[in-house]
Design a protein around this ligand. Structure first.
Ligand code: HEM
Ligand code: NAG
Length: 426
């Protein structure tokens, strides 16, 4: 069980204050109509998915240079992290902290995460709220959390409850003994998938081929590989789609964005010439003259779901839960009907993978965190908002015992310990 540094009164006021603010934003974004629209837009775009630098999306999102420009000067100039600044597995959050969009020490409130991910990347308030509140409740101190941290504090120490296996560039914990280090073999594999620097574009089509390869590699090399209901089916998809959706540079010519080699390297903290690439921990950087997503084209929860379905066309295993059984190449799927006591079968998951992932996450929380329902309420609320907007079928009760066949789950990062509230910078 956790103990909390925050006073009960302060906590109550903060917990009470944020849902009002963020729920309004969520309601505006997540009506059934906007969800339907997101699906339709994506389907139309995917008739001819952007291929290489020359392709145009069929329904281009708007481009507005003034509002999409991301400043990298003045108060937003890059400042490398110092020894006491937290940096972790997420390149997006590391970059935001290095440029002063998040507090430089890497510890921030829910509201700071929601604001910064919008300012720097154009993440939808609905998605940012789910991700930030999950971080605060599962890996933080209910209202704030660390983008790195030592084990059990912050997302670096959250293996199995937030941080997970099969990441694009960071190694699997039980394969390398680190879940935060970028593995150059993984970077080089992705990098080589677009050989021509002049036309390179690491778009979703490239990323879904890479996703497939990463899934295989974890099965082949990580004896304790776990592809979990929330960490695998939701978080690990985000780790892949975010690369193109957020790191691509938008322009009037390419409103959906081009992610070329230099921009990829900058956001992934890679420097040096082609034959001598070097990774530096925590130096993720916005390139100068970077243009993020348009606010009218924010990356929302329903939009994210359509991307998951797009990845699944190449890697259908992402539409289900599974694990290795303590030895490589022993991957097997865990029957969703057993996991959900009959509430979801494979076809229902394939219709809405996020419904299954978020419904399961909601029910998993008491066991995962050891927190009371009162303390879990803010997170349960935002998860419910998301599943309501997606029109999800609920799961009356989960069967966590079905995951007992996965040895990789017996060591996980949570629940976490609080960090001092004095660590927050404004
Ligand atoms: C509050 C918002 C966010 C939270 C809570 C969050 C959290 C995380 C976590 C826990 C991971 C590790 C996942 C894994 O083990 O595979 C991760 C990875 C990642 N995140 Fe974030 N993130 C957020 C926003 C962003 C944004 C705005 C970007 C923009 C580019 C981003 C890009 C990525 C990428 C590309 C990875 C995969 C890293 C790799 O393995 O190569 N994230 N994030
Ligand atoms: C983004 O695209 C615009 C328009 O083509 C260009 O001027 C700018 O330099 C690009 N930024 C990056 C980081 O590539």
């Amino acid at each position: 069980m956790k103990t909390f540094a925050l006073s009960a009164a302060l906590l109550a006021s903060q917990v009470a204050a944020f849902p009002k603010m963020d729920m309004r934003a969520m309601e505006a974004l997540m009506t059934p109509e906007t969800m339907k629209l997101a699906r339709e837009i994506h389907q139309r775009r995917d008739v001819a998915p952007p291929q290489g630098a020359g392709a145009m999306p069929l329904v281009p999102p708007p481009f507005d240079a003034a509002s999409q420009y991301v400043s990298t000067s003045g108060q937003y100039a890059f400042v490398a992290p110092g020894p006491t600044d937290a940096r972790g597995p997420c390149p997006g959050l590391n970059a935001l902290a290095n440029h002063g969009y998040l507090p430089h020490n890497g510890v921030a409130t829910i509201e700071q995460f929601v604001t910064a991910t919008s300012q720097g990347f154009g993440m939808g308030a609905d998605l940012a709220t789910v991700l930030a509140v999950y971080g605060a409740v599962v890996d933080g101190s209910l209202t704030f959390w660390s983008i790195g941290g030592s084990p059990h504090v912050g997302i670096s120490g959250s293996h199995g409850n937030y941080e997970t296996d099969g990441s694009p560039l960071k190694g699997d914990l039980f394969q390398y003994g680190s879940n935060v280090n970028l593995q150059m073999s993984q970077f080089e594999e992705l990098y080589a998938m677009q050989p021509n620097a002049a036309t390179a574009n690491y778009n979703l089509d490239v990323l879904r081929q890479f996703r497939h390869s990463r899934f295989d590699e974890s099965i082949q090399k990580n004896p304790d590989y776990v592809f979990g209901p929330f960490t695998g089916m939701a978080v690990s998809q985000a780790a892949h789609t975010f690369i193109y959706r957020f790191m691509a540079n938008k322009s009037a010519e390419y409103p959906e964005g081009i992610l070329n080699k230099e921009t990829l390297k900058s956001f992934m903290s890679i420097t040096g010439p082609e034959n001598n690439l070097k990774w530096t921990f925590g130096h993720e950087r916005f390139p100068d003259n970077f243009y993020r997503r348009n606010d009218a084209d924010a990356y929302t929860v329903p939009y994210f779901e359509t991307d998951i379905l797009y990845l699944a066309e190449v890697e259908p295993r992402i539409l289900g839960v599974g694990c290795n059984k303590g030895a490589v190449n022993t991957y097997s799927v865990i029957d969703p009907a057993i996991l959900t006591n009959g509430a979801y079968d494979a076809d229902q998951i394939a219709a809405s993978p996020l419904c299954f992932a978020l419904e399961f996450a909601t029910l998993e929380l008491p066991g995962l965190t050891g927190l009371t329902s009162t303390l879990l309420a803010p997170l349960v609320d935002v998860l419910n908002q998301a599943t309501t907007a997606l029109n999800c079928k609920s799961i009356p009760a989960i069967n966590n015992d079905a995951l007992a066949v996965c040895p990789g789950l017996t060591v996980y990062g949570g629940p976490t310990a609080p960090v001092a509230s004095g660590a927050i910078q404004s």
